[in-house]
Design a protein around this ligand. Structure first.
Ligand SMILES: [Fe+2]
Ligand SMILES: [Fe+2]
Length: 474
């Protein structure tokens, strides 16, 4: 299970035994490095960063921590070991042996699924590439770089599948993954949320808390796939993803903590006063939450989807924790309840469960996001502040699906166009909010120092103190 670092491409898939594949990936490698130089974290080339690198795929102790010069990070191909006798666990092929090669009839669908997932990985690196210049501490700078190098590795994970199983089409898709650019007018990334800007650290932490969590749910559904190499690839990606979610949740938690401390010290909840004190008022954090939650909700797609049904029936993409669910895993006769707008009301209706799998995955994700929001709310609660964060209604500010044609308030009230125009600035960040948050973004690079708007973390990385020199400037 240990990873071979003596080869040009570190891997645990015995790459050396397949010379054609090895050559193809060694050909893609310099193109990836060029992309990293051009689109990876700005001004990071000369930094030594205290990073974790995967050295094994064992659930405990897979990571090794040391200083790494950023461009020398060893991106590689790591799959969770094969499970003996693994089966297709759902859909029409349930009970068959899991596929070690791509079934011909699902080739283009699987390729599309892998490309769409793969495209999000470099996209987020591109979205975040300027943020190192305004880091609130060395600890945070190290964390964003850790997230970035691992998103780069996730691109490798998907590119390995494309090269190993999809022939020439796969190689072409692997090249195109390095050519699209987040936010580019002519050649954008595939999914809308990955073309939005991540202009400040509040957005970055919201993104890793909410949008990386979409990544977790998509990967979890693909980890159930009957196509075994995809399943094993996604399983190892999920172990890395957990840290990204931690960075987001604890980052927002530390911002809330700092604001609550200032509210108590100055006995005020006045947004203007708090802003003058250099911290982010809680209602502004709520607006960012509303924005990121609604934009990421759209990533799950239409509530009713025949594509989602066929992905499932064909054994390509399962449900979250498919094998732990107690039903027939075919869903021929089951129903699922979803919401839609009728006139001024939101009603719930039952639809065939097979067609509602996007909605089901979104609901699983919402539960998980909500649990994180409840953990945030412990912070004002403990400091005696009445404010509580709340997720908006799932139909709020949607561009895709059954709510796309309607305006809903965060409480789920159906609004007229005029009412929406009048009120939406209270619910979503406006230019003034962006400008204010931007105005706080300085650069703090002295070990142990933290920007005024964020509390230090409770503990450091890998048992190191919070004033550790997580990044060395040479
Ligand atoms: Fe990722
Ligand atoms: Fe991630």
């Amino acid at each position: 299970m240990s990873i071979n670092y003596s080869e040009r491409i570190p891997n645990n898939v015995n790459l050396a035994s397949n010379k054609t594949l090895q050559r193809a990936l060694e050909h893609w490698q310099p193109a990836f490095q060029d992309w990293w130089k051009e689109m990876g974290p700005e001004d990071s080339k000369a930094l030594d960063v205290y990073l974790r690198t995967a050295i094994s795929v064992a659930p405990d102790g897979w990571a090794h921590y040391d200083y790494v010069r950023m461009p020398d990070y060893r991106w590689g191909i790591f799959l969770t070991p094969a499970e003996a006798g693994r089966k297709v666990n759902f859909g029409a092929h349930k009970g068959d042996a899991a596929w070690q090669e791509v079934p011909g009839e699902y080739r283009s669908t699987l390729r599309r699924i892998i490309v769409t997932q793969g495209d999000t990985e470099p996209a987020s690196v591109e979205q975040q590439r300027h943020l190192g210049l305004t880091c609130p501490s060395l600890y945070d700078l190290r964390n964003i770089f850790q997230v970035n190098v691992e998103e780069g590795r996730h691109l490798w994970a998907m590119v390995y599948l494309l090269h190993a199983y999809f022939g020439r089409d796969g190689r072409e898709e692997a090249e195109a993954l390095l050519e699209r650019r987040s936010g580019d007018a002519d050649n954008p990334r595939i999914l809308t949320a990955f073309n939005e800007k991540t202009p400040d650290w509040l957005s970055f932490f919201m993104f890793t808390f909410i949008t990386d969590r979409d990544g977790k749910y998509q990967l979890a559904a693909l980890a159930e796939s009957g196509f075994d190499p995809l399943s094993r690839t996604c399983r190892f990606m999920l172990t890395e993803e957990a840290h990204h979610l931690f960075v987001g949740e604890s980052g927002i938690g530390r911002i809330i903590q700092r604001t609550c401390e200032m509210m108590n010290a100055h006995k005020t909840d006045d947004a203007a006063r708090l802003r003058a004190l250099g911290v982010i008022d809680l209602p502004t954090i709520q607006k960012y939450l509303n924005f990121h939650f609604s934009v990421t909700s759209d990533l799950y797609g239409n509530e009713i989807s025949s594509n989602a049904a066929s992905f499932y029936t064909n054994g390509l993409k399962g449900r979250f924790e498919e094998t732990k669910l107690a039903d027939d895993h075919r869903l021929g006769n089951s129903e699922y309840s979803l919401m839609e707008v009728v006139g001024d009301d939101i009603i719930s209706k039952h639809v065939p469960a097979l067609t509602a799998l996007n909605e089901r995955l979104r609901d699983d994700w919402v539960k998980d996001v909500n649990a994180g929001v409840s953990r945030w709310n412990k912070i004002p609660e403990k400091t005696g502040i009445p404010f509580r964060f709340k997720l908006p209604h799932k139909g709020f500010h949607r561009r895709i699906g059954l709510f796309a044609e309607h305006h809903l308030s965060p409480e789920g009230q159906v609004l007229s166009e005029a009412a929406w125009t009048h009120h939406h600035m209270q619910w979503l960040p406006v230019d003034e909010d962006h400008r204010f948050v931007q105005s706080l973004m300085g650069r703090v690079t002295e070990p142990g120092k933290y920007a005024n708007w964020i509390a230090p973390p409770a503990r450091g990385i890998n048992g190191q103190p919070v004033n550790f020199e997580y990044v060395r400037f040479s």
